[in-house]
Design a protein around this ligand. Structure first.
Ligand SMILES: Nc1ncnc2c1ncn2[C@@H]1O[C@H](COP(=O)(O)OP(=O)(O)OP(=O)(O)O)[C@@H](O)[C@H]1O
Length: 251
């Protein structure tokens, strides 16, 4: 009997989404975006165009005023600019926290936390407290904690925005290595065009408020990507096009 192909369900989909607030601000209007399972999408846009609002709708923290948001993943990982670690718990105890709250037996959650810490390059730092770590290391702990639930969808809100330039570049390299390994879907919000192009398989550009997607650029380099990709002429061409679109849209 012939099999009927079924269309793969998106990891995250916005259909004609509007968001307005009681004070009369329209943050998003007619926004369409679909992210396939295992696809890494970065969104760039002018300040105040509704990027964080988009993530709040994706996470269910807030609801759309119009249109639909479809986020079928059972497990979603969140990484924000502020790593939100508990200062009195060690690195290991912070990473174990989601599994502890979910009632996972101690031996299993310990093993998973150690794996996650290894993945983010923090083995050997298990017993440190967050206050003893650099900003980049705290961000790695936050990423390891998010990896504990093995999410099929990750939401990133400008996670490297507060880091110095060198640390930021290193974190980008590590994140896309982890992405190549773990293969989750991602929506990554950033102000940096080169960060977006380095990480994502597709970069979407949002218009000034009220935000909607005005352009989409495929970034066809396979993951994991070497640091030197940033100096590749094709990389520069794509980043240049994204920047030009961003400038054109925010005038
Ligand atoms: N709870 C709220 N009530 C009223 N207006 C809001 C609320 N949250 C956000 N806004 C407005 O919606 C618009 C979009 O805000 P949002 O934070 O999503 O933008 P953004 O693109 O993430 O900004 P930035 O790039 O500066 O971080 C802004 O004009 C903001 O003032």
């Amino acid at each position: 009997m012939p099999t009927v192909p079924t269309s793969v369900e998106a990891a995250l989909r916005f259909d004609g989404v509007d968001k307005y607030f009681d004070n009369g601000t329209t943050a998003l209007t007619g926004l369409d975006l679909s992210i396939a399972p295992g696809e890494f999408v970065a969104a760039v846009g002018p300040s105040g165009c509704g990027k964080s609002t988009l993530l709040r709708l994706a996470s269910g923290l807030d609801s759309a005023t119009g249109g639909t948001v479809h986020a079928p993943a059972d497990s979603v990982g969140y990484v924000f600019q502020d790593p939100t670690l508990l200062p009195w718990r060690t690195v290991l105890a912070n990473v174990e926290l989601p599994a502890e709250l979910a009632g996972t037996p101690k031996a299993e959650r310990r093993a998973r936390a150690l794996d996650a810490l290894r993945l983010v390059g923090l083995d050997g730092f298990e017993k440190q407290l967050p206050g003893q770590l650099s900003g980049g290391m705290r961000m790695r702990v936050s990423l390891a904690r998010a990896l504990m639930t093995q999410p099929s969808l990750f939401l990133f809100d400008e996670p490297f925005g507060a880091l110095d330039e060198m640390t930021r570049l290193r974190m980008q390299e590590e994140l896309q290595r982890i992405f190549a390994d773990a293969g989750f879907a991602a929506l990554f919000i950033t102000h940096s065009v080169t960060e977006a192009v380095f990480l994502a398989g597709r970069v979407v550009v949002m218009s000034a408020r009220p935000g909607r997607i005005t352009a989409s650029f495929d970034v066809p380099f396979p993951h994991p990507r070497p640091a030197e990709l940033r100096y590749d002429p094709e990389f520069g061409r794509i980043a240049g096009e994204v920047s030009a679109t961003l400038r054109g849209g925010s005038q």
